[in-house]
Design a protein around this ligand. Structure first.
Ligand SMILES: [Zn+2]
Length: 252
């Protein structure tokens, strides 16, 4: 968390700063270079976009890249695009502000208790196809890594393959594809089916509110969660170094 879906929600909220002029930028030294980001003062915001988990604010003096780490939230003009991340802060304490961009009217800030958010100027992003891209582009990306021997879960988490998928979304995609997370990528039989599930599940979860809304999301992940399809108790394990939830009956 936050995954690409949360970044999309943030990016949409940040659209309201388009056309404003930046009057100051204050960043926590752990989360960004204050001297570099200071160059944005007096720049005008031209556009806001997103790729993967990155929100990109284009200005007349460069591109500001916002990456939210594990617990970052974007707050625009005092209102949070997402009130509460599933594993994030439950309140909005000003001491957690790691980036504050003030405009000629209003402000945008990143509240991040864990301090893993990163904010850069004109970054070079080495990212794969976006998680909300059309199905044929996602299928091409999967085809390009179809010989990898590592677990499919790790491949889907690789931001250079598909940008924006995180732990919760990958578990959900594999659940609905019926593939066990530890399956070697090179043994996944139907990559087109996997691409189709990504291309249908991601927009649906975005509409539902984000990466926590799936059948393997929080609430199903600990204790006595059961498979929504066949009722089997869900199994927890570690795959690709991440806490993973899957159904031992229909995910093979
Ligand atoms: Zn099942």
């Amino acid at each position: 968390m936050p995954e690409g879906l949360e970044a999309e929600i943030y990016a949409r909220a940040a659209h309201q700063v388009i056309g404003r002029r930046i009057t100051s930028v204050v960043v926590d030294p752990l989360c960004g270079d204050g001297d570099l980001l200071g160059r944005l003062v007096s720049a005008d915001v031209r556009a806001v976009s997103r790729h993967g988990k990155h929100v990109l604010v284009d200005t007349t003096r460069g591109r500001l890249d916002l990456h939210f780490g594990m617990t970052g939230r974007l707050i625009v003009d005092g209102s949070a695009a997402i009130q509460q991340l599933e594993y994030g802060a439950r309140r909005d304490d000003p001491v957690w502000d790691r980036l504050v961009v003030s405009f000629d009217r209003g402000e945008m800030r990143v509240s991040d208790p864990r301090r893993f958010s990163r904010h850069r100027l004109d970054p070079e992003l080495d990212l794969g196809v976006d998680l909300l891209a059309p199905v044929d582009q996602i299928a091409d990306a999967l085809q390009g890594v179809s010989r990898r021997r590592g677990p499919v879960k790790g491949v889907l988490l690789d931001q250079r393959v598909i940008a924006g998928l995180g732990n919760l979304c990958v578990d959900e995609v594999l659940f609905h594809t019926g593939v066990a997370p530890s399956t070697p990528m090179c043994e996944v039989a139907d990559l087109n089916r996997l691409a189709e599930v990504i291309a249908t599940t991601m927009p649906a979860m975005l509409v539902a509110g984000g990466s926590h809304t799936g059948d393997t999301g929080p609430g199903h992940r600990d204790g006595d969660g059961r498979c929504a399809l066949d009722g089997t108790p869900l199994v927890r394990s570690m795959v690709a170094g991440r806490a993973t939830v899957s159904c031992p009956t229909h995910q093979r």
